[in-house]
Design a protein around this ligand. Structure first.
Ligand SMILES: [Zn+2]
Length: 532
């Protein structure tokens, strides 16, 4: 499964050693061409990683099968792996090589609750009713990074180029649960550049302030007094009342918050049964805003409301930070270099089947004139002049510690719904596979820009110090005492893992996961799932 061909090129390099440091740009272009063709020979590994992670369908903080599978591949390829970094059991830090530059490739790996969906079919069909699934496409980014890293590693070995490659996972990104902790615990000290990858429906990069928000994710836990709901309710103090009053107050307060904020909550514990006054209840909030100060202000308002609710109900309250994400700021010099590589590599060559499938999904999701897969590059996005609200990603915290960019690669279909089963439909099909290979080529060529050109590393650092952090200083939303919320999703995965295991992709027996499931891609009419 893993490419072991240490190659004639290596033997050749022993006979004709090339000095470290590639001065000529034509040399760099030759190395890039070599990386691109080496990536074309890694398409099988790419497909196996994507299909395997799709079948594991693990939620945040419970990505243990994903961890085992990916770190095995990395160890087989001579990466040194440390498991459980930053007190997060499903996390890891894998590194290979020595010296500078240190380039750290990251991508998220967790799934979405209740997004279980058959891949390659153009109709709603959960693989397991109620189970998690890859309804965000986080099963594809590690394939991008590992394939790129293996291609570049081979070149570094044969050419004797110095540098260190790190591969790390975004654990529990859907909970914004780990990257601020990684940064706090110093994982990125000594890293020169972070190339982050995220699934998308085009091939793009941005620099400066990114669209979207940062956030604090916080759970408020109220403690009251239990009593018989009918016998002597006057003896009880309802923690659920506190939760409800808190939510009412927040919903009134919304009118007086800046309109670019986004906030939402779920009642994570609403009590046990109606005839027992709930002595314990909790509510879990995401407080999003476009600026760090905006987040801090709204968080402090929320806290005041929680204390008010506690006072009104004669209950006590405590809070727990579950996640944090800084508003993102991406590095200009690296983004510009990456954009040149994007223009050279271009979008994948989609087949007619791919286009037919994409259009069927778009029609399913209500498009009157489905546009299919992107065939034109969207182009680089510069620093936003005005903030635009939306989602968050905890890569923001890393982007304030190290020069960072995010490559968005075309493994999914445009026009689908985010955090939804429709976004899982293409994620174990040729669309996902081709998009990731294209992404890997951009990552590998950008790594070669950094490795072969000290100036780019310097320019990236200068931008980070003299422009990005000149006016705004990073001040994390988490304290040294906040622990990662590693218990989240334990119960859901305990329920579904045994059923998911029966459907894990078996790469020894089946060419692809679609073959294993008996899907005739693109499958436009309902079918039975084959279970092996
Ligand atoms: Zn994501």
């Amino acid at each position: 499964m893993v490419n072991h061909k240490v190659s004639l090129a290596f033997l050749f390099s022993l006979l004709f050693p090339i000095k470290a440091g590639i001065a000529q740009s034509t040399d760099v272009e030759n190395l890039k061409a070599e990386a691109v063709s080496s990536i074309d020979s890694l398409t099988k590994l790419n497909q196996e990683i994507i299909d395997s992670l799709f079948s594991f369908a693990e939620l945040g903080f419970q990505e243990f099968e994903t961890q085992r599978y990916l770190t095995d591949i990395l160890e087989e390829n001579d990466f040194e792996v440390e498991l459980g970094v930053a007190g997060i059991p499903s996390a890891w830090w894998a590194s290979w090589g020595s010296g500078e530059p240190v380039i750290a490739l990251g991508s998220d790996v967790d799934g979405i609750p209740r997004a279980s969906q058959m891949p390659g079919v153009a109709f709603r069909q959960p693989m397991i009713e109620g189970a998690p699934g890859h309804g965000e496409g986080h099963n594809s980014g590690q394939a991008v990074n590992i394939v790129a890293a293996l291609a570049v590693k081979e070149i570094m070995e044969t050419k004797g180029l110095p540098g260190t490659i790190v591969i790390w996972p975004g654990i529990a990104e859907e909970l914004l649960g780990t990257k601020a902790w990684y940064a706090r615990d110093g994982l990125f000290e000594g890293v020169d550049a972070v190339l982050f990858t995220h699934v998308s429906n085009n091939l793009t990069v941005s620099w400066g302030r990114a669209r979207g928000t940062g956030l604090v994710s916080v759970e408020y836990l109220f403690d009251g007094v239990a009593a018989h709901g009918a016998g002597d309710p006057w003896k009880g103090r309802s923690a659920l009342d506190a939760v409800e009053l808190m939510n009412i107050a927040w919903n009134y307060r919304r009118e007086h918050l800046h309109p670019l904020q986004r906030s939402h909550y779920v009642i994570s514990n609403g009590g046990d049964q109606p005839n027992v006054v709930p002595s314990s209840a909790s509510v879990w909030y995401f407080i999003r805003e476009v600026s760090a100060d905006g987040i801090r202000n709204n968080f402090s308002t929320l806290h005041q409301i929680a204390e008010g609710a506690s006072l009104m109900t004669d209950t006590s309250v405590s809070r727990r930070i579950v996640g944090a994400a800084y508003p993102r700021h991406f590095n200009r010099p690296i983004a510009l270099a990456m954009d040149e590589n994007i223009k050279n590599i271009g979008l994948p060559n989609w087949s007619e089947d791919d286009q037919q499938f994409a259009k069927a999904l778009q029609t399913l999701m209500g498009a009157e004139e489905p546009e299919g897969l992107a065939t034109d590059l969207a182009g680089i996005t510069p620093d936003l002049e005005q903030p635009i609200s939306g989602g968050s990603d905890d890569i923001g915290d890393i982007s304030w510690n190290v020069p960072t960019v995010t490559l968005r690669y075309p493994s999914n279909v445009r026009g689908l719904q985010g955090h939804h089963w429709s976004s899982a439909m293409a994620m174990a099909t040729p669309i996902a596979h081709k998009g990731a290979i294209t992404g890997a080529k951009v990552i590998a060529t950008t790594m070669l820009d950094l490795i072969s050109n000290d100036t780019l590393v310097e320019e990236a650092q200068n931008y980070f110090e003299d422009i990005q952090t000149a006016d705004e200083q990073y001040s994390p939303f988490i304290s040294p005492d906040d622990l990662p919320a590693i218990d989240k999703n334990e119960d859901i995965m305990a329920e579904f893992r045994p059923m998911l295991e029966e459907l894990y992709y078996d790469a020894d027996r089946f060419e692809t996961y679609l073959d294993q499931l008996g899907v005739d891609y693109p499958q436009l009419t309902p079918m039975e799932i084959r279970r092996n």
